[in-house]
Design a protein around this ligand. Structure first.
Ligand SMILES: CC(C)(COP(=O)(O)OP(=O)(O)OC[C@H]1O[C@@H](n2cnc3c(N)ncnc32)[C@H](O)[C@@H]1OP(=O)(O)O)[C@@H](O)C(=O)NCCC(=O)NCCS
Length: 189
């Protein structure tokens, strides 16, 4: 995947030293972490996260996990994840995508813009057959990102996931390569 990826308003790039304060500002917030694995991060944990991610610069079946910093006007306001997998393990034919953004930039279409960019790169550059996302249906902000991308809701597993000490519903959204881009591009709004 060629990096950085630039969109109308954003730059998607590898993490680098110096991103810690920006990342701590959203990764330490309990409401941001509610629907994603793990606990709110401490400063030290964020430093480790940034340094781990700074060394990951490519995505292919031997390096199937890539998290990119999403930069807006020089500040990291979120991150997007792409995780390659396939029927024979990590053969790279499918990509799971995910997103986390700072609450103070919510409601402006940035997550959708970044998610659209990694979906485009997954299909066009990595050449995957299917892009999918999993989420808790009550996380309606995240469902709406999927819907704006034109993803199809394929399943809801009722109380099918043990997550943060409780049984939760799990929704799966997906898109196939020959469905991308959607015939009528969904609006970002
Ligand atoms: C999931 C998450 C990224 C969604 O954030 P978001 O701000 O709702 O999504 P976007 O940045 O795409 O913004 C879309 C909203 O901006 C609005 N908007 C305003 N101006 C806009 C513009 N110029 N362009 C596009 N959209 C615009 C849209 O109408 C939409 O609002 P709506 O959902 O109320 O209809 C965010 O809630 C988050 O980080 N949550 C915590 C982490 C998390 O749960 N991740 C997912 C785990 S599965």
């Amino acid at each position: 995947m060629s990096l950085p990826i630039t969109t109308e308003r954003l730059t998607l790039r590898s993490f680098r030293p110096g991103d810690e304060d920006d990342v701590f500002a959203y990764r330490s917030v309990p409401s941001v972490i509610r629907y994603i694995p793990g606990e709110p991060k401490t400063r030290d944990q964020v430093a480790d996260l940034v340094s781990e991610r700074a060394t990951a610069g490519r995505i292919d079946p031997t390096s199937p996990n890539l998290t990119l910093a999403v930069e807006l006007d020089g500040r990291v306001v979120g991150d997007v994840l792409i995780l390659l997998e396939g029927p024979d393990g990590a053969d790279g034919r499918q990509a799971e995508i995910g997103w986390v953004f700072a609450p103070d930039v919510a409601g402006q279409g940035y997550a959708t813009e970044a998610a659209r960019a990694i979906t485009e790169a997954a299909f066009r550059e990595v050449g995957v057959h299917r892009v999918w996302a999993q989420l808790e249906p009550e996380n309606t902000a995240s469902s709406r990102v999927c819907e704006r991308l034109g993803m199809r809701l394929e399943a809801v597993f009722v109380k099918g996931s043990w997550f943060k000490e409780r049984w939760t519903d799990l929704a799966v959204y997906a898109l196939l390569a020959d469905e991308w881009p959607p015939a009528a591009p969904p609006s970002t709004a």
